[in-house]
Design a protein around this ligand. Structure first.
Ligand SMILES: [Fe+2]
Length: 141
């Protein structure tokens, strides 16, 4: 896959992570409400800034960024979920699977970024922090 297409797919997946962590932040119920509500806010804040970094990197590579629901839905590789998740376990499971998918995707893009050090460094930093959040999510189960 061409690099800019792979980056646009990542951008779309980061937006889905943004929406899904927003959903979890709003709908979570149970005894761990407060810490998880706050943790999910950290996740969507990071997803927002990561999507911004990828979009701005695409601009530096000369591409424009279409950002609307139809295009994002078409380009995301995250399976759609229409259920409202509210238990800790269901919210955590969903966010864990999204993190695993995005982390794998980032590693694959890094491997194809041979001479593009700037993109590679940006993605390496991104996946490192995603791994930290993945560990926190898994440890919250
Ligand atoms: Fe809030």
């Amino acid at each position: 896959m061409e690099k800019h297409k792979a980056l646009y797919q990542l951008f779309s997946n980061l937006w889905i992570l943004f929406f899904e962590s927003r959903n979890a932040h709003w709908n979570i119920t149970g005894p761990n409400f407060k810490p998880l509500h706050e943790f999910f806010a950290e996740i969507y804040t990071k997803a927002d800034s990561d999507a911004d970094l990828v979009a701005e990197r695409l601009r530096q590579l000369g591409k424009f960024i279409p950002s609307n629901f139809a295009i994002i839905s078409k380009n995301t590789t995250i399976p759609e979920s229409t259920k409202i998740l509210s238990s800790s376990k269901s919210c955590l499971d969903r966010l864990i699977s999204i993190h695993q998918l995005i982390n794998k995707q980032i590693v694959e893009i890094i491997q194809e970024c041979d001479k593009d050090e700037a993109t590679k460094n940006m993605l390496a930093d991104m996946v490192e922090k995603m791994e930290v959040n993945l560990w926190k999510l898994q440890s919250s189960l």
